[in-house]
Design a protein around this ligand. Structure first.
Ligand SMILES: *Cc1c(COP(=O)(O)O)cnc(C)c1O
Length: 385
């Protein structure tokens, strides 16, 4: 086993899912976002745990991600949150993947594909109609929804299984952000009503991502679509403190730990520099631990200077530039607490011995926990514990 690896603390995932459930009205469905390999956590493992837990749907971003889940025995509903190519459409039918639709051309193409796939049977494949209420990404405009729903339900082998919209600012806490989210929600309600008025059942309606799930319980509709909170992180400004001020209690625990190990310990005399560009020079005689983790593993180059690793309960700074496959850590001269092959934890839950979380790295890198988590690359093995 390579020294650089990620552990998935399954009980923390179950704990977070339990915390999410506490915030839902009975009967509210859950669609867990497992796109991008479950935010870097291993989609198959996460999907199986979510399914045991009673999640109704899993959300993926590509057809391949959906197929991987089916081939590994996942039976829950799978929603494709992005668009696919006409060539991929038969795969949606074959693997029971529910696509988002919102344009006449796309619905027409999908309908023709469904005709040739299901021809001669009475099968209908469910789709979810996406409405763009302000995200400015995918979706039809509010007042086009009824017409699109009619196109879907008049296609012989398609059926409207649900409607959805996505918030652009639900993780903001300013009054402008809240107003924008409320307007998006009101527009979505109007779109759903217009479909009903056209005599078509809108199916399972959803709009709440993690931030809205926590901060706007009145926006849960039939189904919520959490992602980041299941993995143990608060969405941007919707933090523990902000929620506590609203009287909302939720305890989230990071699920993934990102770890490496001390591969070599080298004595550096004062004045010797470490790594490319010679951005760091030993100010005094010291010992440098070399770790086999670099930006190709997801320890992004922009995290240094600033990033620390935790070895046996203490933090030590990464010094100099992070390389593709290695980085250097100043452990101080003759440090009895750091030995060859000791674990060096970059971030993770308390149980991993980490003193930092993905949020700490996000602050250093000017990004969000989502990007820190999904940057952990394929060559880092994921181990369930
Ligand atoms: C990724 C995604 C979610 C989950 O978002 P979080 O902020 O992680 O909760 C929900 N809905 C859609 C459409 C998404 O793309």
């Amino acid at each position: 086993m390579r020294g650089t690896r990620a552990y998935i603390f399954q009980d923390n995932l179950r704990h977070n899912l339990g915390e999410i459930k506490k915030h839902l009205r009975p009967g509210t469905k859950i669609c867990l976002a497992v796109k991008a390999d479950a935010y870097g956590h291993n989609a198959v493992a996460v999907a199986k745990i979510a399914q045991e837990f009673g999640a109704d749907f899993l959300a993926v971003a590509t057809v391949d991600e959906g197929i991987e889940l089916r081939e590994r025995g996942v039976s829950a509903g799978i929603i494709l949150l992005s668009l696919c190519t006409p060539q991929e459409m038969p795969l949606l039918f074959e693997h029971r993947i529910t696509p988002l639709v919102f344009s006449q051309d796309y619905i027409k193409c999908l309908s023709d594909c469904a005709d040739s796939y299901f021809g001669g049977t009475s099968a209908r494949h469910e789709v979810h109609l996406a409405v763009d209420t302000g995200m400015g990404r995918l979706g039809c405009l509010c007042d086009e929804a009824a017409h699109q729903a009619e196109m879907i339900s008049s296609s012989p082998h398609l059926a409207l299984g649900g409607m959805m919209t996505h918030f652009a600012l639900s993780d903001g806490i300013s009054s402008e952000a809240q107003d924008f989210t409320r307007n998006q929600y009101d527009d979505f309600v109007r779109a759903v009503q217009s479909v009903r008025s056209a005599g078509i059942s809108p199916g399972i309606c959803s709009c709440a991502n993690s931030a809205a799930l926590l901060a706007h319980p009145e926006m849960h509709f039939d189904m919520v679509r959490p992602g980041i909170i299941a993995y143990g992180y608060y969405p941007d400004e919707v933090t523990r403190d902000y929620l506590a001020a609203l009287g909302i209690q939720i305890d989230l625990r990071p699920v993934l730990s990102f770890e490496s190990e001390v591969l070599a310990i080298r004595r550096f005399p004062a004045g010797k520099s470490a790594s490319y560009g010679r951005t760091w020079t030993a100010p005094r005689e010291t010992d440098i631990a070399v770790l086999p983790v670099g930006y190709a593993d997801g320890l992004l180059r922009r995290f240094s200077p600033g990033v620390e690793v935790t070895i046996n309960g203490r933090n030590y700074p990464v010094v100099g530039r992070i390389c593709m496959d290695q980085c250097m850590v100043d452990i101080g001269r003759d440090n009895p607490d750091v030995r060859l092959w000791d674990r060096a934890v970059i971030f993770g839950p308390k149980e991993s011995g980490a003193l930092h979380t993905a949020d700490d790295l996000a602050v250093l890198g000017g990004t969000i926990s989502y990007e820190v988590l999904t940057s952990i690359s394929k060559r880092v093995g994921r181990y369930l514990i």
